[in-house]
Design a binder for this molecule. Structure first.
Ligand code: SAH
Length: 394
């Protein structure tokens, strides 16, 4: 079927990445075009010899010139396409057992590049991170309305990556206004979530299974958590029987919310949070010889660019080295990394190097990734980003 959409052509030599299903086409992979494509348009991508490759959106201002939405020549991109994709994604999450909260759309992994939708009960938070998907915001919102009859939809497009696509940062209601302070449930606990002012979409759903996984190792423990944000790991630790939990985050706002979350779950007598720089405190307390049974580290992504991978690795090594030194023999290190560009093997090697420097041995309890509502597509490596380790420190 030939469509009337603008046409772009790949160069003669097509990368394995594109052949094996990766949806991104970089500037240097494109050859000819028919000249009619405008920024944000849906285009048809053809191979050098003219055969149909896929259909997606185009942005000449981005290094990722095209992101494919479909490889089916007879699939139009229209309102019903988005509704079908969102319904498919919800069916998949339901099948995996998700009911209340989940990442409903995880971009490329749900064949909707640069679109993020998080579901918190009947509230939805949306991010459109590329121009070509932003164009379809109204259709996407209509699809959420039709499928879920939601209590509210909020846009958290206040993220710098939009500027690479020539778009402004913005946030606000995409439905009738509602109270954006909500309470969600996870693993039998409750958490305040501030959809309007929190980081990203405010709640890190990707760690849901990992928070549950700490149950085995925190009973009776003195726990130190660093980079706690609103305290989800720490409150889980207290709930799972930790004797005492101290959480550190540099953000006063996060710490206030974390302390409110401790109260909400009635663990405030055993679990509290302080606004401190974790790098400084880990250093100082190692020097002072403080000891804990469990140290949990969940820092923000250390780099988003390839040139700085080594710096990110040094950052991980430093905090894990200090974390390990703070752990009593036989205690546990619980360490996360969400830096996309640090692959799992490199993160494990870094922990191993940190243990060596601390003259300690790590015995792995578990090594996990993000929860299943953030699916990993094997032909799109960047969909796997979270590394989560529980290890005994001998
Ligand atoms: N564990 C959290 C997510 C942590 S996100 C959860 O599961 O919800 C990373 C956090 O690190 C952010 O809250 C950020 O404020 C904090 N942070 C960044 N730099 C920091 C520093 N130097 N010291 C302490 N916290 C820091």
């Amino acid at each position: 079927m030939s469509s009337s959409l603008p046409k772009l052509f790949l160069r003669k030599k097509i990368s394995d990445r594109v052949v094996s299903g990766h949806p991104w086409i970089f500037a240097n992979e494109l050859g000819d075009h028919d000249g009619s494509a405008q920024p944000g348009d849906i285009i048809d991508l053809h191979s050098y010899n003219g055969s149909f490759v896929g259909r997606g959106y185009y942005n000449p201002a981005s290094q990722i010139r095209v992101r494919l939405l479909t490889r089916k020549a007879d699939e139009p991109i229209d309102a019903s396409f988005f509704k079908r994709k969102i319904q498919d994604a919800w069916n998949y999450r339901q099948r995996l057992g998700y009911v209340e909260n989940c990442r409903l759309i995880f971009g490329e992994a749900d064949s909707l590049p640069a679109l993020i939708i998080d579901k918190f009960g009947n509230y939805f938070v949306l991010q459109t991170l590329a121009l070509g998907i932003d164009r379809w915001k109204a259709e996407i919102v209509a699809a959420i309305q039709e499928i879920f009859s939601p209590s509210g939809i909020y846009e958290r497009n206040d993220v710098p990556v939009r500027e690479l696509e020539g778009m402004a940062q913005q946030k606000g209601f995409l439905s009738a206004p509602f109270d954006t302070n909500i309470i969600i449930h996870e693993n039998g606990l409750r958490f305040h979530v501030d959809l309007e002012n929190g980081q990203k979409t405010d709640y890190f759903l990707d760690q849901q299974d990992n928070r549950k996984a700490i149950e085995k190792v925190v009973n009776g423990a003195e726990v130190l958590g660093a980079f706690t944000y609103t305290g989800t790991f720490e409150i889980h630790a207290a709930h799972y029987g930790a004797k005492s939990v101290l959480g550190l985050d540099i953000s006063e706002q996060a710490v206030a919310q974390a302390n409110r979350n401790a109260q909400l779950n009635q663990v405030q007598d055993r679990c509290h949070f302080e606004a401190l720089n974790a790098f400084d405190m880990l250093k100082q307390w190692t020097r002072e010889g403080r000891q804990y049974d469990v140290v949990m580290l969940d820092p923000p992504a250390f780099t988003k660019s390839r040139e700085h991978i080594q710096k990110a690795v040094s950052g991980y090594k430093e905090i894990n080295l200090r974390g390990i030194k703070l752990i009593r023999p036989g205690g546990f290190l619980i360490s996360s990394s969400c830096t996309n560009l640090v692959p799992p093997h490199l993160f494990l090697e870094t922990l191993s190097a940190a243990a060596k420097d601390a003259r300690r041995t790590l015995r792995q309890v578990s090594f996990q990734t993000q929860s299943a509502d953030h699916p990993i597509l094997w032909n799109v490596p960047s969909t796997q980003y979270l590394k989560f380790v529980i290890a005994q420190v001998l």
